[in-house]
Design a protein around this ligand. Structure first.
Ligand SMILES: NC(=O)c1ccc[n+]([C@@H]2O[C@H](COP(=O)([O-])OP(=O)(O)OC[C@H]3O[C@@H](n4cnc5c(N)ncnc54)[C@H](O)[C@@H]3O)[C@@H](O)[C@H]2O)c1
Length: 252
């Protein structure tokens, strides 16, 4: 059995680095064409498009803005004429302790909810309408272990946004499966990326490792194969499922 994504157009948000970049490489390796979304790293995204081949192309959008989400989707459809798989991977984890100034608290919650949940919701809506008019598609939303077990207090907003993403995904899976739309949650634990760097710096790698059931930290490349499998249609009967990728640090 082989994962074959040839002929499929796959939009991956936040694909210029970290988990998104590794997933983009995995999708391209399986023959898929990647729409590489990025916010700031234009050079990195353009270089990645060149390396991946298969017609990959970069698209810029700040996902904290509603109009930018809508423009992103339109540009992808205008360029490729279709979309087969949407992977909502972009996300932020903002440190917001309980005693942060009220203005900071409000703006951190607003930004986190927008990037982690609202942008995904907007893109899911547009993808669903597109998929239903074309006979189906796949959605993969990158949530987190935090959606299920919670997070440290200063990342309450992060955990809440990811839990919303889980409910959104499960609702899509229940509602549109009969129209050949499948939707999955990926729930990573601690993955060695820029997002996790502060925690590694603060607590040390050994501390993080102590939580895991394996003997090395999870790398972005450990996430990519499962996402490619879900995108391929080979795992459609797992629609609605949340796949834990956290080295047994939390299994639900
Ligand atoms: N690294 C971890 O330990 C971990 C654990 C669980 C879940 N995740 C999730 O995995 C996903 C990928 O994160 P990562 O670990 O690769 O971290 P990362 O910080 O390297 O990547 C985050 C991506 O999101 C993009 N992004 C952030 N704000 C944006 C905005 N306003 N507009 C557009 N794009 C924006 C960034 O440009 C970047 O490409 C995130 O959703 C994250 O919550 C990560």
């Amino acid at each position: 059995m082989q994962i074959d994504l040839s002929g499929k157009v796959v939009l991956i948000t936040g694909a210029s680095r970290g988990i998104g970049k590794a997933v983009a490489a995995g999708v391209a390796q399986a023959g898929g064409t990647v729409a590489i979304h990025y916010r700031k790293s234009r050079a990195a995204a353009a270089h990645l498009a060149q390396v991946l081949g298969h017609g990959a192309r970069d698209f810029q959008a700040d996902l904290s803005r509603i109009t930018a989400c809508e423009r992103l989707f339109r540009e992808v459809i205008d360029h490729f004429g279709r979309l087969d798989v949407l992977i909502n991977n972009a996300g932020v984890a903002v440190h917001t302790p309980l005693d942060a100034p009220t203005d900071t608290w409000r703006s951190d919650w607003a930004r986190t909810m927008h990037v982690n949940l609202r942008a995904a919701e907007l893109l899911c809506r547009m993808a669903l309408r597109h998929f239903r008019s074309r006979g189906g598609g796949r959605i993969i939303n990158v949530a987190s272990r935090a959606a299920f077990r919670g997070d440290t207090p200063a990342y309450m907003t992060y955990a809440a946004s990811k839990a919303g993403l889980v409910a959104l995904t499960r609702t899509i899976a229940r509602a549109y499966g009969k129209e050949n739309v499948c939707a999955f949650v990926i729930a990573p634990g601690f993955v060695r990326t820029d997002m996790a760097k502060d925690s590694i710096d603060e607590y040390g790698e050994d501390h993080v490792l102590g939580d895991l059931g394996l003997n090395r930290l999870t790398e972005p490349e450990d996430v990519a194969p499962i996402v490619a499998l879900l995108a391929s249609g080979l795992a459609d009967h797992a629609t609605g499922a949340s796949i834990d990728i956290n080295a047994a640090s939390y299994v639900h």
